[in-house]
Design a protein around this ligand. Structure first.
Ligand code: SAM
Length: 264
C-alpha cells in the first residue's frame, strides 16, 4: 500500500466519474498526450485506452516503480513513456516535447500556476486540461468585469479559449485536500503566435500586466504610472476610449494589447 506524500502534493483522484469527465473533455485530435504526475495511474489508464502515445512525468520514485509494473505492457509497446524525474527539471526553458502535444493532468497544486504558465509559453503545447485548486482555475478563466479578472486571465484569454469546466469536491480524493478543486481547459488559438513578435515581447507584455494589476483596487492609469508618463497615458486612454477611472479588472484583453503596443 503506497502512502500519499504531502511534499509531492499527492491527493489521488478516486472518483471514476471525474476521471471519465476529464477524458470526455479532451480534444479530438491525434496529438500525443503529456501527463504530469500520474500518481497511482488511474487517469493514465483511461488515457491509454484513448490515445496513441502518452508521456508521463512522475517525481516520486516509489510511485514510478509501481507504475512501471502496472503499465509494463504499454511501456514495452512504447505506447507509454514514463519519465521518473521532476517536471521542472525536464521542462527547462524550451519546449517540453519535440512534437505537438496536449497536456492533461491532475496537477500537484504547489506548482500548478507555474506549470500552466510554462504550458502557455510552450509552442508545442496545443491544449491544457488540468485539475487545480479552484482559486487558480478562476484566476485563469475569469472574464472582463469579474472581480477575479487578473493578469493571468488576460494572458490565458490572449492565447487560448479558456473554460472552467467543473468543480471537484475534496471527497473525490484520497487523502481529501483542504480546498475545492476545479478542472480548467485552455485550448490555444491556432494563430496565437502572431500576437507577439517573439518571447522577448511576450515577456514585456507580462511585465506590463504585472504593473497594470500591481494594486487591483487602484485605477489602471495610476498603476501604469509606474512605467509610463502620465501625459502619454492620458493621451492613449483618450484615443482608445478608455475611461480614466477604470480599474484594472474593467478593461478587456484586446484593449490591454492595444495599450501595450501604443505605449511601447
Ligand atoms: N494523477 C494522479 C491522480 O489524479 O490521482 C495524482 C495527482 S497528485 C495531485 C500529483 C502528482 O504529481 C503526484 O503523483 C506527485 O508525486 C506528482 N508530482 C509532484 N510534484 C511533481 C514534479 N515536480 N514533477 C513530476 N511529478 C510531480
Amino acid at each position: 500500500m503506497i502512502k500519499a506524500k504531502k511534499k509531492f502534493g499527492q491527493n489521488f483522484l478516486k472518483d471514476e466519474s471525474i476521471v471519465q469527465k476529464i477524458i470526455q473533455a479532451m480534444p479530438n485530435d491525434d496529438n500525443m498526450v503529456v501527463e504530469i504526475g500520474p500518481g497511482l495511474g488511474d487517469l493514465t489508464k483511461k488515457l491509454l485506452l484513448r490515445c496513441k502515445e502518452v508521456t508521463a512525468f512522475e517525481i516520486d520514485l516509489e510511485l514510478c516503480k509501481y507504475l512501471k509494473d502496472k503499465f509494463s505492457d504499454e511501456i514495452g509497446k512504447k505506447q507509454l513513456e514514463l519519465v521518473c524525474d521532476d517536471i521542472l527539471k525536464q521542462w527547462g526553458e524550451s519546449s517540453l516535447y519535440a512534437e505537438k502535444y496536449n497536456l492533461i493532468a491532475n496537477l500537484p497544486y504547489y506548482i500548478a500556476t507555474n506549470l500552466i504558465l510554462k504550458a502557455l509559453d510552450d509552442k508545442k503545447c496545443q491544449s491544457i486540461i488540468v485539475m487545480v485548486q479552484k482559486e487558480v482555475a478562476v484566476k485563469f478563466s475569469s472574464k472582463v468585469g469579474d472581480r477575479t479578472y487578473s493578469a493571468l486571465s488576460i494572458l490565458a484569454d490572449s492565447i487560448s479559449e479558456t473554460e472552467l469546466l467543473f468543480d471537484v469536491g475534496a471527497e473525490c480524493f484520497d487523502p481529501p485536500p483542504k480546498i475545492t478543486s476545479a478542472v480548467l481547459k485552455l485550448s490555444k488559438f491556432t494563430n496565437y503566435e502572431n500576437l507577439f513578435e517573439g518571447q522577448k515581447e511576450l515577456d514585456q507584455f507580462k511585465s506590463f500586466l504585472k504593473a497594470a494589476f500591481a494594486a487591483p483596487r487602484k485605477t489602471l492609469i495610476k498603476n501604469l504610472g509606474q512605467i509610463a508618463k502620465k501625459e502619454d497615458l492620458i493621451k492613449e486612454f483618450e484615443d482608445l476610449g478608455i475611461p480614466l477611472n477604470f480599474r484594472p479588472h474593467q478593461l478587456e484583453s484586446e484593449k490591454y494589447h492595444l495599450l501595450f503596443k501604443n505605449l511601447k
